[in-house]
Design a protein around this ligand. Structure first.
Ligand code: ZN
Ligand code: ZN
Length: 112
């Protein structure tokens, strides 16, 4: 058994078991997902697989992203919040159509 396959409960330290793999839909959800994932929330239907672990002792539930999901989120999250102004280079909110610093109109957000 490899070390990283064992998930220990944060609360009681018991070994958690994989209850099921769930998919977590990113696309097509406005509001909070837009805040978290920015433009990613608008890419349409997108399923991110997550492992759903349960502690048999205290009932704590944890979600773990698999390696692919983790990399995907790590790569996208910072860009989901900020972009650079095409003119002055200041970091500005992703949703900005105009730079609050120099007023330059921003082009469409480019996908990775
Ligand atoms: Zn526990
Ligand atoms: Zn600017």
């Amino acid at each position: 058994m490899s070390e990283d396959e064992v998930k220990k409960c944060d609360s009681c330290g018991a070994e958690m078991y994989l209850a099921q793999k769930v998919s977590f839909r990113v696309g097509g959800t406005p509001g909070e997902w837009k805040l978290l994932f920015g433009e990613l929330a608008e890419l349409g239907e997108k399923m991110l697989p997550l492992d759903f672990y349960v502690c048999p002792k205290c009932g704590r539930i944890n979600l773990f992203a698999d390696e692919k999901t983790k990399q995907f989120l790590l790569r996208l999250t910072p860009k989901a919040f900020l972009k650079r102004c095409v003119k002055c280079g200041n970091k500005i909110p992703i949703a900005s159509e105009e730079c609050p610093h120099c007023g330059a109109t921003q082009p469409e957000y480019e996908e990775l």
